[in-house]
Write a protein that binds this ligand. Sequence first.
Ligand code: PXP
Length: 240
Amino acid sequence: MKLGVNIDHIATLRQARGTTYPSIIEAALRAEKAGADSITLHLREDRRHMQDKDLYELKPLIQTKMNLELAPTEEMIEIAMDLKPEDVCMVPERREERTTEGGLDVTSHFDIIKKASDRLANEGIRVSLFIAPDIKQIEKAVLMGVPVIEIHTGHYANFDAGRSRDKELLTIHKAIKYARKEGLIVNAGHGLHYKNVQPIASIEGIDELNIGHAIVSHALFVGWENAVHEMKSLIEEYSD
Ligand code: PXP
């Protein structure tokens, strides 16, 4: 199982003061050295962390691959088609939310998402849909013909260990099994940290976990490369 490191919150720290540091380029390159298998960034409509310039500066320097998260809007699709990251993960976006709070509703917005995903695929970009562990949503993703989905683990992450969390874990297990049977590549992420990643990393069939906030937070105390390396080691240990 691979680790995609989301570096949005390196940019959050920079934007808090409008400085040029911390450098997101340095963060990306050092994360790769410490074991990241891909670098994830979310260009939000309100540009609260990543800026357009960041994407263009980073793209030629990344050694692994760039996974760009975006909402399926005309503006974002145009940027992605111009930038040509290896992967695009389409996510829902609401201006007032603190972070991506739910998965895409592929059922209600099928036509918009399909049109966006077809345009990206035509540019050779691998498209992923960020969706809840819900069979109905997965069925629509299969119908749409996207190669990858990312399962939203935010709901799981909101529970402490216990019965409710186990129930959600079972839902995630079933969703992944179904998606794999249908031939999809399955990633997962959101809200994962050093104490809750283990049961998710133990699930068979996940290709990559995308993790950001917890790694940036842990880096304050152990250093950036150590934080990335620790997460990578945990995933490797539990996914064996
Ligand atoms: N995956 C997706 C699609 C996301 O939108 C995010 C948050 O930007 C993450 C993973 C990472 O979430 P976290 O920062 O909570 O690890």
